[in-house]
Write a protein that binds this ligand. Sequence first.
Ligand code: SF4
Length: 305
Amino acid sequence: MADFVNELVWSHSRARSFAGCRRAYWFAYYGSWGGWKDDAPAEVRDTWVQKKLTSRAMWTGTVVHGAAEYALREVREGREAVAVEDAVRGAVAGARRDMEGSVSGAWLARPAKRVGFREHYYDEPEEAGAWTAAIVEIERQVRALWESRPFRRLHEVPERIRELEELRRFPVGDVDVYVVLDVMVEDGRGGAVILDWKTGSHHAEEEIAAQLGVYGLYATAVLGLPADRLTAMHVNVRHDTTTKHTVDAAAIESARERIRSTTAEMRSKLVDVAGNVAAREDYPTLPAGDPQCGGCGFRGICGRR
Ligand code: SF4
C-alpha cells in the first residue's frame, strides 16, 4: 500500500489549532504523523495516540452527532425512520462501550477506531457521578434533537438531503480545504439550507459564523449554488435553540480571505514549504503553568503531565 503524504490541507479545525498553542499544533499535524504504522518510533506512536484522545464533553457531542447521522442516513436511503427510543438505546449502549473500552485500556489496541478519554489516560481525579451525568445528557440531547423542528423537517424531505457528514476536499486559491457539513438540504426553490448541530455549553457566535462561511464557500464554489439562496442554521441541541446565520457573498469572501491569510502564516513557519516539513523547535510551548496545559491531550508527550 502506498504511503500517505503529509500535505498542508486547510480546515477550520486546523486554523483553530494554529491560533492556539503552537506546540500542540505541531504535535497534531507533524509530530504524530505516521504514528499508526506498526514500525512507528515510540515517541511518534505516543503522540498519535494522544492526538486521538477525547474529553467527556467533546465525546458527548460526537455521540449525539453519530445518532443524528445514522438516523438521517437511514431515511435518506429509503429505510424506516429511527424511533427516538431506539436512537436513545443505541446511543447509550455505544456510550457505555466507549467508556468501558477506555477504562480497561482496550481502546489502545485500535486508537483510530475506538474511543480513549483524556480523563482515563491521564488518570484525572473524577467528580462523583460525572460519567452518569454524561449519559443522562446524551439521552436528553438525543431526545431534544428528535423533537427539534429542523430534524423533524428533514424526515419529511429526505430525498433533498444533499450532504450528510461527508468529508469533502476542494481547492481555494493555492491550497486545498477540507469541510464536513453536518447536513445540507435543498430548499426546493434552487437554494439550500446548511444545518450545523451544536451540543456544547458554550459556542462563540463569531466562531460559528466563520465556520458557516467556509461551508458557504464550498456550496457556491463546488456545488454551484448561488450565494443569495443559501441559509445557514445553527441548532443548539443542549439549549434547544435555532439561530439563523447569513451566508452571503461578503461572508463567503471573508472565509476565502481567512483561508488565504492563515495558510500563508502556516506556510511561513515551515522549513520546507514544498515538502510540508515543520521543525518542532519553531513551534513553542505555552509558558509553564498555563491553564490550557491541564486540559491538553498532548500534555504527556509535552512533559506537562
Ligand atoms: S501541554 Fe501545553 S504547551 Fe504542551 S502542547 Fe499542550 S497546551 Fe501546548
